[in-house]
Design a protein around this ligand. Structure first.
Ligand SMILES: CC(C)CCC[C@@H](C)[C@H]1CC[C@H]2[C@@H]3CC=C4C[C@@H](O)CC[C@]4(C)[C@H]3CC[C@]12C
Length: 924
């Protein structure tokens, strides 16, 4: 007691070593008991609770109403029956306890386990029969009752809890929601720290603070780390706290998932995928395919070998398979008949066109040109949303609804700054404890960001259509001053906004004392505070800065930072500056303003990136960047496409020609024809685009680039087939050129028609897609292929007729000089070319037709007038698959006499070769 007296009125400091008014720390002993009036030091109080009296005495037996109340307020303390339950609190105390806990604990009532734990802390604190074990009264005041009896009132005491016990109680309450605020309940129980910065110690400290409106005295909560002893015979209170996912009794429910993460049902793992079909360790499907392929390959090779051996045995080359007997079925007859009808129609049409080539050509050109003129009404879509999402889709409907009621969503322009390789550093905050700061979160980077934002704020952009300079305030989203926004009103989300974009505030420092610690606070402390309480107008440091952005709104840390673990924002790898600009509708003139400003934004940030290149990695994009990129890549592709067209054109021109002599290259290369073919394709493409544009269908650059290729591929096929068929067929006796062309058309056009038709149908089916880009593409392609076929059947046939006429005339002109046949025999000029393939006699001929013969005269017999592409193909064909080659050669033989006749008439050199060839085994 002497020691106790010495400490009267003085405020003890330090843990454990305080002068004590609780000399006996023993189980079954109290530290205080009963009520000893108001605390003179506490003025404001919600409930006028009284402080307890100092009383280091054995605990009292609880009985009667006290026991009954104890059962409801602190059921954990009730042991057995009335005789054995002892407590250190009076009925009045228990009532006060009940009231205060009920008042403050309502916010926790959503989670029974937490509420119970919370109540338990104070039940033990005030009523536990072993109170003296973990309680150490450190300050008392003298008072006299009305009756004149002197009393010792407790005004401050230490309360020792095991760290784990307190932590468990705190954890069970951490997640409890406060629906009224949308936040957490402990937000109201942790004072200035709020829910985010709250720790067990801070939570208890606030509760034990005599200024909190409820506590009548000061409680010093001492959390004793597990395994250590505070000394002085003190035994910290431990025990088990309820976990928030535990139900207190069979009748009660555990806390809901909203209030307690542990209560959330486990996320059901998706069913494990079916194990792959494995054979041993190998992929079964692959193995099966390999085996199947190998099997077929083997069968093929064996079959070939068998055939070869049979042929050898017979001593002759295998004969061509006999033509299949004419199909007898009804459908076959029908298809035969329809084919005949088509052929007849095309023959008549071809003859007609070949007879009036100029008229048809003009008509085709006018039609194609006229439809192409529709291109002036073409609208190009570059908006990715318009391009790729179906207008009627759910997402689009919702977007339209949103846009209509809230205005289109802002345009985001972002700069993301990281500092790769910069070491992070620790920071010991006087007020807020230790935190790690990433390399990018340093003062110089923040200054650089600030400088960038100042530069951007000062940036103006020229809007050519509007004819005015545009500033950020003209286009920015300014939620708090939408009518006449200034630069400071613009919604810019950035870390520097925690300092209201003010360099002076960023540089501020102050000296602050917190508890026993004194130190300097600077931007670090403010930042730690703001990322935890972004809505605060005044931080808890001595800087007393606001966290609100310059424009007046909050900056949420998850928008301003990137790449942080959990919610450790100060360890963020990236700082993100976001400019939200107004998204004006596309037809609003201000849309152009935004685009202009964004262009300048990209330039300015590009400069910034270059300036800070070595230290910082700066990534950035504007809302317009996506469209820019689409336009850029398509623009960049144009030369590539142009070159490809040239290559395809050259190839067609070369491959279509039949070369007999160098001097005749100009006559024989089918430049005009190839040009015509390409013109037909392009005409078809333009006509289809013009046609669809006239119908009001928007197109896109991608389509403009791809469709011509597609149609060129399809169109070139038809050109080759048609021209080669014409070159290889022979004009029959008495047949005019027009009839000849008609006959050739009759042979190839039905297949072309069916082919084009099926392609058109396929593409029209593709046009059923709801994605605008795909639909437009399919429609354009379908129409283009249809036009291509029509133009080929008209314009190209006319061109071929003109070309044939030209060639005949030119051949006559040069024929005189070089001994090429007379006009009357022109038709036969093609005869040998078709029937006497170059490969069939190339070997001997190349050797024998050799040197010393003038080129002009040698070539006709050598090339035989077969188109180059064809010859290359046949050469390969002949070498690799010998037998069909022979068969073709054999078929050529019956024409031999004619061929001989021509070569003899034509003059020298070739006779020997031809006769040699004619002497071969195929001669009938
Ligand atoms: C503001 C909120 C969060 C604080 C919550 C903690 C409350 C419930 C705690 C803190 C201090 C506690 C008090 C400490 C001392 C006494 C004196 C005793 O004779 C009756 C109980 C009473 C009056 C306690 C009631 C509960 C109490 C008020």
């Amino acid at each position: 007691a002497a020691g106790g007296l010495a400490g009267w009125g003085s405020r003890p400091a330090g843990r454990g070593a305080a002068p004590t008014f609780t000399p006996i720390h023993r189980a079954g002993y109290c530290a205080f008991y009963g009520e000893c009036g108001r605390n003179p030091e506490v003025n404001i109080s919600l409930v006028s609770s009284k402080v307890p009296c100092l009383s280091n005495t054995p605990a009292r037996v609880a009985a009667g109403p006290l026991l009954a109340l104890l059962r409801t307020v602190c059921p954990e303390l009730v042991q057995g029956n009335a005789e054995t339950t002892r407590v250190c609190c009076s009925l009045a105390q228990l009532r006060a306890l009940q009231l205060s806990v009920a008042l403050s604990g309502t916010v926790l009532s959503r989670c029974p386990a937490c509420a119970r734990n919370f109540a338990n802390l104070y039940c033990n604190n005030i009523c536990s029969p072993d109170q003296s074990l973990f309680t150490n009264v450190t300050r008392i005041v003298n008072r006299t009752t009305v009756q004149g009896t002197p009393q010792l009132a407790v005004v401050e005491y230490q309360c020792f809890y095991r760290q784990y016990f307190a932590d468990d109680s705190f954890t069970s309450c951490r997640g409890v929601r406060l629906p009224a605020t949308g936040g957490y309940a402990i937000d109201t129980m942790c004072g200035r720290y709020g829910a985010r910065l709250c720790t067990t110690q801070r939570w208890l400290d606030f509760q034990g603070d005599k200024n909190n409106g409820l506590a009548p005295l000061q409680i010093d909560f001492q959390l004793v780390p597990n395994g250590t002893q505070p000394g002085d015979a003190i035994v910290p209170l431990g025990g088990t706290a309820w976990r928030c996912n535990q139900a207190l009794s069979a009748q009660e429910q555990p806390c809901s998932c909203q209030d307690c993460a542990e209560s959330c049902p486990p996320v059901i793992a998706p069913p494990t995928p079916q194990p792959h079909f494995l054979v041993g360790n190998a992929n079964g499907a692959l193995l099966l395919c390999g085996l199947l392929f190998g099997h077929f390959a083997l069968v093929f090779v064996v079959a070939l070998l068998c055939q070869y051996r049979r042929a050898k045995k017979k001593g002759t080359a295998p004969q061509p398979a006999p033509a299949p007997p004419p199909a007898a079925g009804r459908s076959a007859r029908l298809s035969d008949a329809s084919h005949r009808v088509l052929a007849r129609a095309f023959r008549r049409w071809g003859t007609l066109v070949a007879g009036h080539p100029v008229t048809v050509l003009a008509a085709a050109a006018v039609l194609a040109g006229g439809l192409s003129a529709g291109l002036v009404t073409l609208r190009l879509t570059t908006d990715p949303v318009e391009l790729w999402s179906a207008p009627g889709s759910r997402a689009r409907q919702e977007k339209a609804f949103y846009d209509q009621h809230f205005g289109p969503f802002f345009r985001t322009n972002q700069v993301i700054v990281t500092a790769p390789g910069r070491p992070s550093s620790g920071y010991e905050s006087v007020v807020l404890g230790a935190k790690n700061f990433s390399g990018v979160l340093s003062e110089d980077v923040l200054r650089a960001l600030l400088e960038l934002q100042e530069r951007l704020a000062a940036t103006t952009a020229w809007a050519p259509v509007a004819g005015r300079e545009v500033t950020l305030s003209d286009v920015c989203y300014a939620p708090l001053n939408p009518t006449q926004p200034g630069l400071a009103d613009c919604c810019v989300n950035s870390v520097t906004q925690y300092f209201q974009n003010n360099a002076t505030r960023l540089a501020m420092t102050a000296t602050q004392t917190d508890g026993k610690k004194t130190g300097t606070v600077d931007w670090h402390d403010h930042l730690i505070y703001c990322v935890n309480s972004p809505l605060s107008f005044k931080d808890i440091t001595a800087l007393e800065l606001s966290c609100m952005a310059e424009y007046g709104g909050p900056v949420f840390p998850y928008i301003a930072f990137g790449g942080y673990p959990g919610s450790e924002y100060t360890e963020a790898e990236a700082l993100i500056v976001t400019y939200s600009l107004n998204n004006f509708p596309r037809d609003d003139p201000r849309h152009e303003w935004v685009l202009s400003w964004e262009r300048r934004f990209l330039e300015v940030v590009g400069d910034f990136q270059r300036d800070h290149g070595p230290n910082l990695s700066v990534a950035f994009m504007a809302e317009r960047s996506l469209e820019d990129e689409i336009n850029r890549t398509t623009g960049e592709d144009i030369p590539v496409f142009a070159i490809s067209y040239l290559v395809v054109f050259a190839y067609i021109a070369l491959a279509l020609g039949e070369y007999t002599a160098w001097r005749r290259v100009l006559v024989e290369s089918k430049v005009t024809l190839a040009l015509g073919g390409i013109a037909v394709v392009l005409g078809a493409v333009f006509a289809s685009m013009g046609f669809l544009a006239l119908l009001g269908l928007p197109s896109s650059l991608v389509i403009l680039e791809v469709v011509p290729f597609l149609v060129l591929a399809v169109g070139a096929d038809n050109i080759f087939i048609f021209v080669q068929e014409y070159q290889q067929s022979q004009r029959e006796p008495g047949e005019t050129r027009e009839q000849h062309i008609g006959r050739v058309l009759a042979r190839v056009a039905p297949s072309m028609l069916l082919c084009s038709l099926s392609e058109v149908v396929c593409f029209f089916l593709g046009a059923l897609s709801s994605m605008p880009a795909v639909r437009t593409f399919a429609l354009t392609a379908a129409v283009a292929i249809a036009f291509d076929f029509l133009l080929q059947m008209s314009g190209f046939v006319a061109l071929l007729a003109l070309d044939a006429r030209r060639q005949e005339v030119r051949s006559v002109g040069t024929g005189g000089e070089h001994g090429v046949p007379l006009p009357g025999r022109v038709g036969t000029e093609w005869a040998p070319s078709g029937r006497v393939p170059g490969w069939a006699r190339g070997g001997q001929q190349g050797a024998q037709g050799g040197h010393g013969v003038p080129v002009g005269e040698r070539m006709p017999r050598m090339g035989g007038g077969v188109p180059v592409g064809m010859r290359v193909f046949r050469g390969w064909h002949g070498v690799t698959l010998g037998s069909p080659g022979w068969a073709w050669g054999g078929r050529g033989v019956p024409l031999c006499p004619r061929y001989l006749g021509w070569t003899q008439g034509g003059g020298g050199g070739g006779l020997k070769v031809d006769t040699e060839w004619a002497r071969g085994p195929q001669i009938p």
